[in-house]
Design a binder for this molecule. Structure first.
Ligand code: 1KN
Length: 448
């Protein structure tokens, strides 16, 4: 291995209570809200085909025009209690809010910037009421913070000369001040979700990002921060030059999921997902495929089955309301989570051989394993292959709490025959297992 001063400082996952809590929550809500919701992906009658929150970078959007939008930001229908109730009904256990996206506009009245909600017609802090409402609903809050800041005069993508370096130093002080300010104003937050850390100016100063992470931990012990914040002193990001994960969980799964358990290398990880193909901020015209409830449920369940968290993104409108598609999605997901969330919360990799019908999720630290079935075979027979010397002692269909009698096909293999093959939602079955050889305990049928 290479001697690194600013690489990973820990081998293996964090085992403290704050991280165990983050891991147990499994399902989060991302919220992208800001000035970009005003143009909503359109300008001068033209539609921007990129992600709505990137419209300032569109050649059809003059920077001056975008930078005046804050004068119109007035979310008169903002109702944080309603937002929190919707998230709670959906079954989300944590929420990540954009405090400041790449455009640099702050949703809180930062004393380090003029480009904040205080300068808008709304004037008032948006983060405080949101964090309070979500915490009251029993939902943890994490703060999204973009290092890239298109509005700040000292932001440099790269440092080409002494003047750039001086600006870069001033910018680092600004970042540190804003992050400390956020922790001081909102002490109940559980973590930061950093973004916009790909430019050379950041990548080439691994020492700063390392010191910043440690500084934030010292201000707020237990803070959970993903792998996107840091670079090591050789410019390696997420994984240091020895291939070791930096930060508390792998944060690279954006609009994509790992395929198998091998892809996560034993690390904690989190996936963040858009409802349409690629829109985080509110876009008036969603193009391409819009994910359904069952598609989202499969992504959530697959993530948990591979020891990860899954975060679904919402993009409120400029007036503070949610579009119908997002409201309906939240409600539909919540419908299923009400009955089956027990298979998601505290869920972990089961260690069973993957089958085509769906995913296994182990209730962390127990002998209970849930089967979440997305693909009922034409035969209606679900094959279950247990690890060696694991006996199956009980099978229960969650819906209706119905005991099932599996067919034992020898050694540690069973079939579970489903009577009803028509289902509009994923079917959840609870397996009780115990160490030991499978012998006919009367709770299984012998193969004929
Ligand atoms: C260069 O490609 C991207 C893609 C997405 C992003 C941001 N990360 C997501 C979580 C959103 O905030 C998106 O704007 C930034 C750069």
């Amino acid at each position: 291995t290479i001697a690194l001063k600013h690489g990973a400082h820990r081998i293996g996952n964090r085992t403290d209570a704050d991280m165990a809590r983050w891991r147990s929550l499994r399902f989060g809500q991302f919220i992208h809200w800001g000035l970009y919701a005003i143009p909503a992906g359109e300008w001068n009658g033209k539609t921007y085909n990129g992600a709505a929150e990137w419209i300032r970078s569109w050649k059809e959007m003059p920077h001056e025009a975008y930078d005046q939008l804050y004068k119109q930001f007035n979310p008169v229908n903002f109702n944080p209690q309603q937002w929190a109730a919707q998230a709670k009904a959906m079954g989300a256990k944590y929420m990540i809010i954009t405090t400041k996206h790449h455009d640099g506009f702050c949703l809180w009245p930062s004393k380090y910037s003029k480009y904040t909600i205080a300068a808008s017609p709304w004037k008032k802090d948006l983060l405080g009421p949101m964090i309070d409402a979500y915490n009251k609903a029993g939902i943890d809050v994490h703060l999204y913070f973009s290092i890239i800041d298109w509005n700040h005069p000292d932001y440099r993508a790269s440092l080409k000369n002494a003047a750039d370096s001086a600006a870069g130093k001033r910018f680092q002080v600004f970042v540190k001040n804003q992050l400390a300010e956020l922790l001081q104003r909102y002490p109940t937050v559980k973590g930061f979700w950093f973004d916009g850390t790909w430019d050379d100016s950041w990548k080439n100063d691994g020492a700063f990002s390392d010191e910043l992470e440690q500084y934030l931990q010292s201000l707020h012990p237990g803070l959970v921060m993903g792998s996107r914040l840091r670079a090591d002193e050789k410019g390696a990001r997420h994984f240091d030059s020895n291939g070791r994960l930096m930060g508390d969980y792998e944060q690279g799964w954006e609009r994509k999921l790992p395929a198998t358990i091998a892809d996560v290398h034993g690390n904690d990880w989190e996936a963040v997902m858009t409802v349409p193909e690629n829109q985080w901020g509110y876009h008036a015209k969603w193009m391409g495929h819009v994910k359904t409830v069952n598609e989202i449920l499969e992504m959530l369940v697959k993530s948990v089955s591979l020891n990860g968290n899954f975060v679904l993104n919402f993009g409120p409108k400029a007036d503070g309301t949610y579009r119908t598609e997002e409201q309906q999605l939240a409600a539909g997901i919540g419908e299923w989570m009400k009955v089956n969330g027990v298979a998601v919360y505290d869920g972990a990799y089961a260690g069973f051989e993957k089958q085509d019908w769906g995913y296994y999720i182990r209730k962390a630290g127990t002998d209970s394993v849930y089967m979440v079935v997305f693909n009922i075979p034409v035969s209606g027979s679900l094959r279950v292959k247990l690890p060696a010397r694991t006996a199956l002692t009980g099978v229960t269909m969650l819906q209706g709490n119905t005991a099932l009698t599996p067919e034992w096909v020898g050694r540690n293999e069973y079939f579970i025959h489903l009577q009803n093959r028509q289902t509009a939602s994923p079917v959840v079955i609870l397996l009780k297992t115990e160490k030991g050889e499978n012998k006919d305990k009367g709770n299984v049928e012998k193969a004929k």
